[in-house]
Write a protein that binds this ligand. Structure first.
Ligand code: URA
Length: 433
């Protein structure tokens, strides 16, 4: 079998056999197939797509390119959640503790942020001492003890995706449904949980720009998960404005803490409650989403969700007093107000522009080797649907950098203001199961 023949077959729009897909993934992972052939392959898939069967085989081949985790030593149904990536998306920091407080076992492996999207690991590392590298034994023990652990993905899980994702990132082949579905699902399936909730974002700050494309991706991933015996569901959620008010690592941790104290911004609270309620049904701890919502609301009201976050931070070596006293997180040296250029209603807040601006202020990485300023980011003070006066503050930029006036201007331009009243948009648009 030759890689070039497989590339040619896909280039010409023909479905690949199981043998061909496994040959390609194995060959690329062990170095027999070079980057230039893998680039041509991913571009062929980008244009020609893959059918359901090919995508399922690709996922399985990638999943078995490395180690798979056995979580059977954890009692009860093990659940995981995954977001396709957005701006201000700190959902795991609140949903993990909330479902753990309601009796679920959340065993999560997370990633780092790149470009305009943040990563859960970076956010957690803004808490001094927090350790994202537990051994498998420590990970299992912690989930058994407190119902919750969030760690970094070990290098031995899905090595095929590490190589392929890095390659796709620089060859303009990220936005392909079969490639995204196999990339995400191979990692989720290798991580070994019984149930998976996928939060598929759509809008300006997401890979999928429209709800239709997000639905297509969600359906593909749900099918792959179910075929392998995992209870897999997906929410389609809005990324046409940043999630919540905070964008940036420590700022987002503080917002997650506020949410667990019952003081979170409306859209973020709604997403956390909705996602947690779904996870509780998947964990078979409640009979309906409604019952799940009530349990989750109670875990916010009685402080048990916040206590779980504190317990996780302490168990993973972080300083739990930052959870008790979030004012301990250091602030950036410059907190610069951004003003509304006119009166009206906020129609749109370009998430992509806000994400890129936050990165330029120091909150994110352009390259994987860049370092992050944990205190940097953007705090919105207005959301879509809010009324605003001319010269009213719409956001604050937090930065330790000088000479970023152009970024302040970009943040102002990310807000679209209209004279007509704008309805508050829903956050969860659909649930796919
Ligand atoms: N996240 C992933 O893990 N993989 C993709 O392909 C896209 C988003």
């Amino acid at each position: 079998m030759r890689a070039v023949d497989i590339i040619e077959k896909k280039r010409d729009g023909h479905p690949l056999t199981e043998e061909e897909i496994r040959f390609f993934i194995q060959g690329y992972t062990n170095g027999d197939i070079p980057d230039y052939q893998a680039s041509a392959f991913t571009m062929a898939v980008y244009f020609q797509g893959m059918n359901e069967e090919e995508t399922a085989i690709m996922t399985d081949a990638m999943m078995h390119s490395g180690e798979t985790i056995d979580l059977s030593a954890i009692q009860g149904v093990k659940v995981d959640k995954h977001s396709t990536g957005g701006v201000g998306d700190k959902t795991s920091l609140a949903v993990g503790p909330l479902v753990a407080a309601c009796g679920a076992k959340l065993a999560k492996m997370s990633g780092r942020g790149l470009g305009h999207t943040g990563g859960t690991l970076d956010k957690l590392e803004s808490i001094p001492g927090f350790n994202i590298s537990l051994t498998s034994e420590q990970f299992i023990q912690q989930v058994n003890d407190i119902g919750l652990a969030i760690i970094g993905q070990t290098t031995s899980i899905v090595p095929a995706d590490k190589k392929l994702y890095a390659l796709r990132d620089v060859t303009a082949t990220v936005e392909s449904i079969p490639l995204i579905a196999s990339s995400i699902m191979s990692k989720k399936l290798a991580a070994g949980t019984d149930a998976i909730l996928l939060d598929v974002k759509f809008g300006s700050g997401a890979f999928m720009k429209t709800q239709e494309r997000a639905r297509e991706l969600a359906r593909e991933m749900v099918k792959i998960g179910k075929n392998l015996g995992r209870d897999t569901r997906a929410t389609l959620t809005d990324m046409d404005q940043p999630l919540g008010l905070a964008v940036g690592n420590a700022l987002e941790v503080k917002e997650a803490i506020a949410t667990l104290q019952g003081k979170g911004p409306h859209d973020f609270v709604e997403l956390c409650i909705g996602a947690s309620a779904l996870l509780l049904t998947q964990a078979k701890l409640v009979d309906s989403v409604e019952e799940g919502r009530k349990k989750v609301e109670a875990a916010i009201a009685d402080g048990s969700g916040l206590a779980k976050l504190r317990a996780m931070v302490e168990a993973q070596g972080g300083d739990p007093t930052y959870i008790d006293h979030p004012e301990k997180f250091p602030l950036a040296s410059r907190i610069v107000p951004i003003y509304a250029p006119r009166a009206g209603y906020i129609k749109r807040i370009d998430s992509l522009a806000i994400g890129i601006s936050a990165m330029k202020l120091g909150a994110g990485r352009e390259k994987m080797t860049d370092t992050i300023d944990m205190s940097a980011g953007i705090m919105l003070t207005k959301k879509v649907g809010d009324a605003v006066e001319a010269n009213e503050v719409i956001a604050y930029c937090h930065t330790n950098k000088e000479n970023v006036d152009d970024v302040f201007a970009e943040v102002q331009q990310a807000f679209e203001i209209t004279s007509e009243k704008v309805a508050y948009p829903p956050i969860i648009h659909e649930v796919i199961s």
